[in-house]
Design a protein around this ligand. Structure first.
Ligand SMILES: O=C(O)CCC(=O)C(=O)O
Ligand SMILES: [Fe+2]
Length: 316
């Protein structure tokens, strides 16, 4: 039997929870413990459908990863940032505009946020098929150069404390490991931004454009953004672990009209007169324009760009 080798990692120490009173979004918490039985799955399917049609976001608990497995994911996730020197990072910078993917390092300052201020978000992205690209020798121990890239107060003000503008994700489903530094907010139905509360060992799940297109609007891609954390967490880096699910590249993102649910409720959103893009076209279109093109302001305060003939809105 093959043995899974699990090398030692340095331990990533997450921030303490915030003591600031925040207006939290009222997100459903779905307990996946019952998933082992048919009745359990039937009940869960109903809960997930309700959560995804009412909020488009939910937090899953008892998802099968225990706390030490989750801790290990964060320990591993921190390595490409804290254990790889800048020189080596440069060898793995993603060719975003060429490939229409973020595979590799998405460097800081690649996106324009607001008022000439660029982002401070560093990503390291790996395809599910980890052999598709090469990775830094992240397990080779070395003394990391301590780098600090905080935004100045002046920049925070110009960008209105926004680190990532209100957007929808372009895949089908996004799974985020809940983590303690409060910064993620969702645009709720009443038009106000609410904070997503950290749940220890929870998985935060939300719908993206792909799911909205395939479900003909039954599931709405949820609008969310990332802002400056509350005062008591600002001295801590914020480490996130995300899984962005996509349909296969060749899947046409047209409503699945053969679905019995869509036949019953109807299609509320379709591509009027536009040839629906494939997942690959949509992925390329969104990655090559996001944060790189001039957005058009609209009367109601949003900003817009056109991707594959479809209006993509950005929210502030
Ligand atoms: O940092 C987060 O919590 C969310 C980031 C996000 O929305 C994204 O990368 O699409
Ligand atoms: Fe997002």
């Amino acid at each position: 039997m093959p043995v899974l080798i699990t090398p030692q990692t340095p331990h990533y120490v997450p921030a303490s929870g915030t003591n600031t009173e925040l207006q939290y979004a009222d997100l459903p918490i779905i307990d996946l413990a019952g998933i082992g039985t048919l009745e359990g799955r039937l009940a869960l399917a109903q809960q997930v459908r309700d959560a995804m049609t009412s909020h488009g976001f939910f937090c899953a608990i008892n998802h099968g990863y225990n706390s030490s497995q989750t801790e290990r994911i964060f320990d591993i996730a921190d390595i490409p940032f804290s254990r790889v020197e800048d020189q080596e990072k440069r060898m793995y910078v993603s060719k975003i505009n060429e490939t229409g993917t973020y595979q590799g390092y998405k460097p800081r300052q690649f996106w324009h946020i607001d008022g000439g201020v660029r982002d401070e978000v560093e990503h390291y992205n790996i395809n599910r098929d980890v052999t598709r690209s090469q990775h830094p020798k992240i397990l080779r121990p070395f003394l990391p150069e301590i780098e600090d890239y905080p935004r100045s107060e002046e920049q925070e003000m110009k960008a209105k404390n926004v680190w990532l503008k209100g957007h929808t994700d372009f895949g089908t489903i996004t799974i985020l490991y809940s983590q303690p530094v409060a910064a993620l907010q969702i645009l709720t139905k009443d038009g106000t931004w609410k904070w997503v509360k950290h749940i220890e060992n929870g998985l935060v799940i939300n719908a993206g454009d792909g799911l909205e297109f395939l479900s003909g609007g039954f599931y709405r891609a949820t609008i969310h953004r990332v802002v400056q954390p509350p005062e008591d967490q600002r001295n801590h880096t914020r480490l996130g672990v995300f899984y962005f699910c996509m349909a296969d590249d060749d899947v046409k993102l047209a409503p699945l009209t053969e679905s019995p649910v869509l036949q019953r409720v109807g299609v509320s959103k379709s591509f009027d007169g536009i040839n629906p893009p494939t997942m690959k076209e949509w992925r390329k279109g969104r990655t090559t324009s996001y944060g790189q093109v001039e957005l058009k302001p609209t009367e109601n305060g949003t900003e817009e760009e056109i991707v594959n003939g479809v209006v993509v809105k950005h929210y502030n």
